[in-house]
Design a protein around this ligand. Structure first.
Ligand SMILES: C[S@@+](CC[C@H](N)C(=O)[O-])C[C@H]1O[C@@H](n2cnc3c(N)ncnc32)[C@H](O)[C@@H]1O
Length: 233
């Protein structure tokens, strides 16, 4: 379900401290994620985003280690305007879908790619409201799953992922680790260690391997990720 916009008028009228404390929780819950990401992509250049990865090195290593075939149906969850899709097209991957909550991000990626943008499928959707119309053989998610902090959102993601993937599908999920930042793009995220990440996906996906990766941001900060690869049960 898309998140509902917040109603400031009702919240601000009351002077009762207890109610104000409660409303703080409501504001957190109703934080407009789509608007946040549209703003980011309207105002910041790709090279200045903390997750910028010019060579998509971590991603391509997952493709290599999992031996993803050039004919596999691939989806990059929350791909934004990241360069992974450019590298995959160059390498000859034939069926690539990029999904992102931000339309602006998708438009930026399409503009950058020019005529090559036709070689990918583009979907603007909140992943927790995604209605898949095809089956994916490889589900790739770097730094998106960790934004889901409620059990409800996590369950929605897992169910959609299960529904959207083919039998024996592979998946690779990268989140900030327990040694990584507590916020991503200013939003408090859920950190994982290997055990938690494996446990979270365990009902539908079995662990293949996990690895910790240090990402160096454009401002030279180090962010530790945990990446786990899975096979559909
Ligand atoms: C930290 S960035 C990572 C971008 C890209 N995956 C990468 O590693 O370079 C998070 C991306 O996920 C997108 N995003 C955030 N929440 C989302 C959601 N609920 N559904 C789909 N996309 C989402 C954002 O618009 C943004 O492009």
């Amino acid at each position: 379900m898309p998140r509902k916009p917040m109603n400031f008028a009702v919240l601000i009228k009351t002077k009762n401290v207890f109610v104000l404390k409660k409303t703080a929780a409501i504001i957190m819950e109703q934080f407009d994620h789509k608007n946040h990401w549209e703003n980011i992509y309207q105002n910041k250049a790709l090279e200045n985003l903390s997750w910028f990865e010019p060579n998509a090195e971590a991603a391509l290593k997952q493709f290599e280690d999992l031996k993803i075939s050039k004919q596999a149906n691939i989806i990059d969850i929350g791909g934004g305007d990241s360069l992974l899709v450019d590298h995959l097209i160059n390498l000859g991957f034939e069926h690539i879908t990029v999904l992102d909550i931000s339309e602006e991000a998708i438009i930026r990626a399409q503009k950058r790619l020019g005529h090559l943008a036709q070689k990918a499928t583009w979907i603007v959707s909140d992943i927790t409201a995604f209605k898949p119309t095809e089956s994916y053989d490889f589900w790739y998610d770097r730094a998106v799953f960790h934004f889901l902090t409620t059990q409800k959102e996590i369950n929605q993601y897992l169910e959609i992922m299960f529904e959207a993937t083919s039998a024996n599908a592979l998946a690779s999920i990268g989140t900030f680790s327990l040694n990584g930042p507590q916020k991503c793009s200013g939003i408090t995220i859920k950190q994982y260690d290997e055990k938690d990440l494996v446990q979270t996906f365990n009902t539908y996906f079995e662990r293949l391997f996990c690895t910790e990766i240090n990402h160096c941001t454009p401002s030279l900060a180090i962010q530790q990720f945990i990446f786990c690869s899975f096979k559909k049960r």
